[in-house]
Design a protein around this ligand. Structure first.
Ligand SMILES: Cc1cc2nc3c(=O)[nH]c(=O)nc-3n(C[C@H](O)[C@H](O)[C@H](O)COP(=O)(O)O)c2cc1C
Length: 366
């Protein structure tokens, strides 16, 4: 998914062009990165003292989700919030069976439950497999219990840069594994170099397969927002500067993508990313159905929030889960043969990047 290094290098010319002043920026009609940062900061404000249900939904939408399509809608009622899948926001090429869509709903459900507890509304998200694929969060009154994880919600991000290679201590690794414990999901942490090397090779193999697929590239490109103006207008998608790429005018972005997104550079980038990470977490549910895909999403969101609280960065490298023929080898690598691995996430110490956009809450309410 990430754009590549050559795009960043090639794009430095574009940055220079834009850097020659506000006039050049408005000429290019890219919008301002300051305006972008202010809007995104407002969407990530801390929860107030007595948040209403819309505020809880805002926190739910800050969850990780595939391609940042935000494939969810929310229905509010007395004592209950339902999260419904929004199938108009599917990504059928990379996610033909909606596995990522349901995992994304699980990430949002976890945020919702944590924000609910923080505001004195306790409950456990429940997936109804016989129904319309929605998740019910029914809550009752309780003490307001903000937690390490709920505080981390607005600060968590997918950081797709190189990390600094430092190891994570045993106590913090234990905290990560404990936080990620969700019934029905195993999380396996790889920190030894021999297995990380095998993991890198699987990610590269998956990436090579995807880059050879024109439909995959078309779908990915469709969800990239090349400049602040487009990112704010749509409120979704993959904003280039979040991945270290320069903002580009809408007419130039797709052209630069085609020019710069090449397999060899991506292979080198993946190798650097895995090498510079402290480890990789693999989430594997016991059963492969929608209920367990939601649970895997909840587990990975909890892991990511705990990592954020510990000052770590994280990023998904899901290619070997997305290319079906690679799943058996990935499952064997983590000692769970025969199962379908759900999510691959690297972690380590790295830089803070711009935060990704979200749509306004009214756009996701039913
Ligand atoms: C199920 C799932 C799969 C994902 N797969 C990838 C991936 O393969 N590569 C990647 O860079 N990000 C991946 N992401 C991360 C999303 O792109 C990211 O969460 C989204 O753009 C929002 O950005 P944020 O996490 O910084 O809030 C995935 C997220 C989810 C929930």
């Amino acid at each position: 998914m990430p754009l590549n290094r050559r795009m960043a290098l090639l794009g430095s010319g574009g940055t220079l062009l834009a850097g020659s002043g506000a006039a050049a920026i408005s000429f290019l009609r890219m919008g301002s990165s300051d305006g972008y940062a202010a809007t995104v900061a407002a969407s990530r404000a801390a929860l107030g003292a007595d948040p209403d249900l819309k505020e809880l939904v805002r926190f739910a939408t800050l969850a990780a989700n595939g391609h940042n399509t935000q494939p969810w809608r929310f229905r509010l009622s007395q004592g209950r919030i339902d999260i419904l899948p929004d199938f108009t926001r599917r990504t059928p090429v990379v996610d033909p069976d909606d596995h990522h869509l349901y995992a994304s709903l699980g990430c949002a459900a976890e945020n919702l439950a944590l924000a609910g507890a923080a505001s004195g509304r306790r409950g456990t998200p429940r997936f109804d497999d016989s129904g319309d694929g929605s998740i019910a969060f029914e809550f009752g009154p309780g003490p307001s219990q903000p937690s390490t994880l709920s505080h981390a919600i607005p600060r968590r991000q997918s950081t797709r840069m190189d990390y600094d290679g430092r190891a994570v201590g045993a106590e913090d690794l234990r905290a990560l594994a404990t936080a990620a414990a969700v019934p029905g999901v195993d999380v396996v942490l790889l920190t030894d170099r021999p297995r990380l090397d095998r993991m890198r090779d699987l990610i590269v193999a998956g990436n090579d397969a995807q880059m050879a697929d024109a439909a995959f590239l078309r779908e990915l490109k469709d969800w990239i927002r090349f400049n602040p103006r487009d990112a704010l207008a749509r409120g979704d998608g993959l904003y280039g500067p979040c991945s270290g790429n320069p903002a580009l005018p809408a007419w130039l972005g797709p052209f630069m993508f085609d020019l710069a997104f090449k397999a060899k550079a991506e292979r080198e980038k993946i190798a650097r990313q895995v090498q510079s990470s402290a480890g990789v977490a693999v989430f594997v549910a016991a059963v492969s159905d929608r209920d367990h895909w939601v649970r895997a999403g909840r587990a990975c969101q909890r892991f990511a929030l705990q990592a954020t609280a510990l000052g770590l960065k994280l990023a998904f490298l899901n290619q070997p889960t997305e290319v079906p023929r690679l799943r058996p080898e990935l499952a064997a690598l983590v000692g769970l043969p025969g199962r379908r691995p759900n999510i691959v996430m690297r972690f380590g110490y790295g830089p803070t990047m711009p935060m990704s956009p979200r749509r306004p809450i009214d756009a996701v309410l039913i």
